[in-house]
Design a protein around this ligand. Structure first.
Ligand code: DX5
Ligand code: ZN
Length: 528
């Protein structure tokens, strides 16, 4: 979001490339790279080389959030006198007015970053250090012969401390990579150069983490992670369109674009629904259907009148998928059991406000954060959110607002929770909450629009998914409904700021198939 804000403010930049590499950079800086923003020259740090450099806005945004410079400075992107120029410049004391701490490499001339990374990596080997060099390369710059010379050198020197990530978005400055200079079969090429090759979806953070973990275990070979990405990901009318390689969106569109990036909706099938057990199969089917999370309902027969499974089952299920586990603990005294769930491999752990007090929650949250697990808090339909929650907003990633009384899947949605959801969402945001509101219970294609409009962005769906004979189709249908809900919101936003027909026009290739559901057939016709 910061990247788009900066580009729109500057009136120039590369939105597409920033959006294709956003998850990769975020995962590197917040989950992988050894670094310390208070000591940018720390001798034990890992290096990051942004070879493609066109993703500079995303890079700056990541560094700002990581604490290297004030977030507000993003607004100076590409302005005369700013440290944040179109292509990042390596930081040095002498150049401190032209660059920001943390940047190790001056990009812009394409095809060179891998060679520089190899130099750094060889130096580390000679010094007996085990820091790694992560290098982001673009597929456009892979046209350069120097990339392939570097590839040969890295395997000759057995540089297992080099981890390259290829942002494979298939679009370069003037068009599609395969038209300009075909690169495929990319995987075979790197294998032939004797690299360890891992191929992933570069927008799935869990896959990026997984690949980086695997790369760390490889010895005597460099690794390349081919991250299949989408240029312009997250802003639908920019996706996969070469036109948006280097064009800034009009400034008046910024609030709607930011809303779109913020309005991404995650679908979390709840595996206790439908036929009993058979969890392995249910998780596999959810993954195939394109679910974003797996929702795991833990019930102890005391906090709720039903028993499901506990940490042991979760541990056994962990190897089935790399999809994040969204674990909802409906148990008494969660603090007592939290360690078991931490060790089981959960990614989000949510406890009920009714089951713990402020000090217990504070200890739970600390243990989770220290292990990189997202903390969540849940409240029942009839519970008012306790006020102490607002003092933890910066550290809570998920707030589950139950839309049924917990205990069983397949219950009827309670619409009375909607105004509460709106109110809580508003108040949480006022207190700096940056996480997700999760709606849990009775979500299906008839209730989805309302919970979406009330602010929920993680949607748990039990019966709507596993009660169906076509699990894959059921997930796709929910996703479609969420898309319609999003487009409706964006159009309303555009109307409110007086650019409705301009928005519908720029977005028409997305809106045409939804015109009927959105009731905008006439308007689209007039535009054509
Ligand atoms: C209720 C659980 C929910 C529920 C979801 O106690 O927390 O996750 O099972 O299932 P549906 O969508 O069927 O209400
Ligand atoms: Zn649940």
């Amino acid at each position: 979001m910061l990247a788009i804000q900066g580009i729109a403010e500057a009136g120039s930049g590369h939105p597409g490339a920033s959006l294709s590499a956003a998850e990769i950079m975020g995962t590197l800086y917040f989950r992988r790279i050894k670094h310390d923003s208070s000591k940018p020259n720390w001798g034990e740090r890992d290096y990051f080389v942004d070879s493609k450099a066109h993703s500079a806005p995303a890079y700056y945004a990541t560094l700002a959030v990581a604490g290297y410079f004030p977030i507000d400075e993003i607004k100076t992107l590409r302005k005369i006198g700013s440290r944040l120029q179109g292509h990042p410049v390596r930081y040095s004391e002498q150049q401190k007015h032209h660059s920001v701490p943390g940047i190790e490499y001056s990009g812009g001339s394409e095809g060179i970053g891998l060679s520089v990374s190899i130099g750094i990596a060889i130096a580390h080997k000679l010094d007996g250090k085990n820091n790694r060099v992560y290098v982001l390369i673009g597929d456009g710059e892979s046209n350069e012969g120097q990339v392939w010379e570097a590839a040969m050198a890295a395997s000759k020197f057995k540089l297992d401390n080099v981890i390259a990530i290829l942002d494979r978005n298939r679009i370069q400055q003037d068009g599609f990579t395969e038209d300009i200079m075909p690169l495929d079969p990319m995987r075979d090429k790197w294998l032939a150069f004797n690299w360890n090759v891992i191929e992933i979806d570069g927008h799935r953070v869990e896959q990026v983490i997984d690949a980086l973990n695997k790369a760390k275990q490889v010895e005597d070979k460099p690794t390349i992670i081919i991250a299949n990405t989408i240029k312009g990901n997250g802003i639908k009318h920019m996706t996969n369109n070469p036109q948006w390689h280097g064009k800034a969106p009009p400034r008046k569109h910024t609030p709607i674009l930011l809303e779109e990036l913020e309005s991404e909706c995650l679908i979390a099938p709840s595996i206790i629904a439908g036929e009993r057990e058979n969890y392995d199969e249910k998780i596999r089917k959810a993954e195939r259907g394109g679910a974003d999370l797996v929702h795991l309902d833990v019930m102890d027969g005391r906090f709720v009148p039903n028993t499901t499974f506990s940490a042991n089952t979760i541990r056994k299920l962990r190897h089935i998928t790399s999809l994040p586990f969204d674990v909802h603990l409906m148990i008494e005294n969660p603090l007592k059991h939290i360690r078991d769930y931490i060790e089981a491999g959960c990614d989000i752990i949510t406890v009920h406000a009714e089951a713990c007090d402020e000090s217990e929650f504070a200890s739970i949250k600390e243990s989770l954060l220290s292990k990189g697990i997202s903390p969540g808090i849940a409240i029942n339909p009839s519970t008012d959110i306790p006020n102490w929650i607002y003092s933890y907003t910066e550290n809570i990633d998920v707030v589950i607002i139950m839309s049924v009384n917990p205990g069983f899947a397949g219950q009827k949605f309670i619409p009375e929770v909607l105004p509460k959801m709106v109110m809580i969402n508003k108040k949480l945001r006022e207190h700096g909450f940056k996480g997700y509101i999760e709606a849990d219970g009775g979500i299906d294609d008839t209730t989805l629009q309302q919970v979406y409009d009330s602010g929920a962005r993680i949607l748990v769906a039990g019966n709507a998914v596993y009660g169906s004979s076509d699990i894959h189709g059921a997930i796709i249908q929910l996703r479609h409904k969420a898309n319609v809900a999003l487009e409706r919101r964006l159009i309303e936003h555009a109307s409110a700021i007086g650019i409705r027909s301009e928005w519908i026009k720029i977005r028409r290739h997305i809106l045409i198939p939804l015109a009927n559901e959105l009731g905008i057939e006439g308007e689209l016709h007039a535009i054509e």
